[in-house]
Design a binder for this molecule. Structure first.
Ligand SMILES: Cc1cc2nc3c(=O)[nH]c(=O)nc-3n(C[C@H](O)[C@H](O)[C@H](O)COP(=O)(O)OP(=O)(O)OC[C@H]3O[C@@H](n4cnc5c(N)ncnc54)[C@H](O)[C@@H]3O)c2cc1C
Length: 434
């Protein structure tokens, strides 16, 4: 027996689930396969789920701004209320500390073009608005076990502040919400289905699943997150990509937030601090999450097999990230025992995702999300649906890229910006910031 569908999506993370919803809205019979037991159990579950608008490309900025409105009106966007609970957007504000890697003026121009509210802060304002912060500039980031790390600052930092930034309180639940809304509209989710091989049989893709009957569909979408390269290999889509992707292990740690940040009733803002090589955001219970921004002085953890990644925090990474956070917030105490999680990014060479068709008929990819696409998921579903619809109806997206008009903002996105064949984005920060 073989199961058939109009479209098969491999991966029920935030990308696959968002795509399933948009396909289902258009009446496409979508079947979503995931080796895990539920939606959002892959890299999505480890996400810090920050909502920010600072990307190096117009399409990145405009997509994140459009997505903000969908997060704000989550239930309306889904068209469904999940009885198992709804993920929630916390609008705590987002600060981007000045750093040469992300020129302030370029960000301002992109924010102005997109109509994104922002404030420009000098060091004095930063100190006033964020209690307990050390506004010193230490750039470039140094290894925390070097003498240079403890040198005095060589200047004071200003910042760009977006009052509309924030975070989603439960990224796994957000994926589950999308999956539930998609299922409500007829999408079929099959969990504990590990895709073992994929073949082209006539004009359909035949997907072989461990211990279950195969599935066939004319359209196949790779939304396998950090496992995306393995799926591309199964399909035979490797030579077609100018931009390569690869899995990279990352850790995010949790500590008690400094007392001065906890004093206020309002949540303290999230901070992108590439000056020291970290980002921070509030976490429930008066805590703070601290993640890394790939400072050049730290080794990057490229891995071969995401299934073999150590998902526990290590002492070395914990000390590096929390010691940097303590440099920014001198009140922060650094507990001895590492607390946090590890996850895996699917990193594209220029830290910009690939949402595209491929040279193979009916094969599409939503990959290379580079640690920065959770926030964009609500629009990623629309983007992939738009590309699939156009290409399946004969459009040549490679030579004449499809555009997408954002519903809330009216902004135009040239989806060629996410092409597998694009030139490497020259403005990329070369970090998770995109
Ligand atoms: C530590 C960390 C922090 C992050 N912080 C942020 C942030 O603050 N803001 C932000 O916007 N983004 C952030 N991200 C990035 C964001 O979370 C990811 O871009 C996004 O979650 C990727 O979703 P996905 O659906 O592509 O992948 P995944 O969630 O990994 O989903 C892929 C799915 O494919 C399934 N799969 C894989 N192979 C197979 C197979 N052979 N058969 C069947 N199923 C298969 C997996 O089980 C998995 O469920 C972060 C990521 C990490 C890891």
């Amino acid at each position: 027996m073989t199961t058939t569908a109009d479209a098969v999506i491999v991966g029920a993370g935030i990308v696959g689930s968002a795509t399933a919803l948009e396909l289902a809205r258009r009446g496409v019979d979508a079947l979503i396969l995931d080796k895990a037991g539920a939606a959002g159990m892959g890299s999505t579950s480890a996400s810090s789920a920050l909502i920010r608008f600072s990307y190096s490309t117009w399409e990145g900025v405009a997509a994140s701004w459009e997505s903000k409105f969908r997060w704000e009106e989550w239930e309306e966007y889904l068209g469904y209320r999940d009885p198992n609970g709804m993920a929630r957007f916390h609008r705590c504000g987002k600060i981007l500390l000045d750093v040469p890697l992300i020129p302030r003026q370029r960000m301002i121009e992109l924010f102005d073009r997109a109509g994104i509210p922002y404030e420009v802060w000098d060091a004095e304002t930063l100190a006033k608005r964020v209690k307990g912060i050390d506004t010193g500039s230490f750039y470039p980031p140094k290894p925390v076990d070097s003498d240079e790390f403890f040198e005095d600052p060589h200047g004071r930092l200003g910042a760009l502040y977006n009052p509309d930034g924030g975070y989603i309180d439960d990224p796994r639940l957000a994926a589950a919400n999308l999956a539930a809304a998609a299922a409500h509209r007829g999408a079929r989710f099959a969990f504990r289905r590990r895709v073992m091989s994929i073949d082209r049989v006539g004009d359909v893709w035949r997907v072989t699943i461990d211990g279950h009957e195969p599935v066939e569909a004319p359209v196949l979408v790779n939304a396998a997150g950090p496992w995306s390269s393995a799926i591309n290999k199964m399909v035979g889509a490797t030579s077609d990509f100018r931009i390569k992707v690869a899995p990279m292990r990352q850790e995010v740690h949790q500590v008690r937030a400094p007392a001065s940040l906890r004093e206020s009733d309002a949540e303290f803002p999230a901070i992108g601090d590439l000056d020291l090589g970290i980002y921070t955001r509030p976490e429930s219970g008066g805590n703070m999450l601290v993640g890394g921004t790939e400072p050049e002085c730290d080794p990057l953890e490229w891995i071969d097999d995401p299934d073999a990644a150590n998902l526990n925090p290590t002492v070395e990474r914990y000390e590096a990230q929390i010691t940097r956070a303590a440099r920014r917030f001198p009140e922060l105490t650094v507990p001895n025992r590492p607390n946090g999680i590890a996850g895996v990014y699917d990193v594209a060479e220029d830290w910009t995702p690939i949402y595209d068709k491929t040279a193979l008929p009916g094969f599409y990819v939503g990959i290379g999300t580079s640690g920065n696409q959770f926030k964009n998921a609500p629009i990623v579903g629309s983007i992939l649906d738009r590309i699939i619809d156009a290409v399946e109806n004969g459009h040549d997206h490679d030579s004449d890229p499809v555009h997408y008009t954002c519903r809330h903002t009216g902004h135009d996105l040239n989806l060629g910006a996410f092409s597998r064949k694009r030139e490497r984005n020259p403005d990329s920060s070369g970090t998770v910031m995109g």
